[in-house]
Design a protein. Structure first.
Length: 207
């Protein structure tokens, strides 16, 4: 049984996914410094040499493990800044799992110490398309939804920063309830929608 598994080539899609899944789990469990090909090879019952034939370094394997088979969602366009951010936040929540915190820590640790990992990660991010939060903010800006004085770049980074704070400092990914609090209590006041709505509800306000 074990011997037959060893003979399955990496060109087999199921075997390839198995290796990438094992690499993600190992990174989440032990971090970047302790991650090595031996750990992954033992987990999938393959030889280290076989892995090196496909991935010349652990950085290359990790980048493939994180980005391969990870479908990039369509950017939401609800016609509303607040609702776009709500959808964007809930997509991030839906993609989180038990390994997410370990993977993020491993990537941060590795990118600081390993120039190859940092370079490969940046290249893969650039290849994957525009930043979704940036698209959301630019569309809102084009619709005239940003309140006067709002910094589009700071607003773009806001949800990602809150996500990382919740994940890394508090130890758990955000949930839908937190996303709603951010959308309604933080994003909405920065949108002209809130000001327009309040004016329309004020007695004597112009229709």
């Amino acid at each position: 049984m074990t011997g037959s598994r060893k003979k399955v080539p990496l060109s087999d899609p199921d075997r390839y996914r198995e290796v990438l899944s094992a690499a993600r789990s190992v990174l989440a469990e032990v971090g970047y410094e302790r991650f090595n090909m031996d750990l992954v090879a033992r987990r999938v019952q393959a030889s280290k040499a076989t892995l090196y034939q496909r991935w010349p370094s652990k950085a290359a394997l990790i980048i493939d493990a994180i980005h391969t088979y990870r479908a990039r969602p369509e950017c939401p366009d609800t016609g509303s800044l607040v609702e776009d951010f709500r959808v964007l936040g809930r997509m991030a929540v839906a993609q989180s799992n038990a390994d997410t915190r370990g993977l993020v820590i491993g990537l941060l640790e590795g990118s600081r110490r390993d120039e190859e990992l940092a370079r490969l990660y940046l290249e893969r991010m650039q290849q994957s398309g525009p930043d979704l939060a940036d698209l959301v903010v630019r569309r809102a800006e084009a619709r005239g939804e940003l309140a006067p004085g709002v910094d589009p770049e700071m607003l773009r980074d806001l949800v990602g920063a809150l996500y990382l704070f919740q994940l890394l400092v508090r130890g758990v990914p955000p949930d839908d309830a937190l996303i709603d609090r951010v959308a309604d209590g933080l994003i909405a006041p920065l949108s002209t929608e809130r000001a327009i709505s309040a004016a329309q509800q004020t007695p004597g306000a112009a229709p």
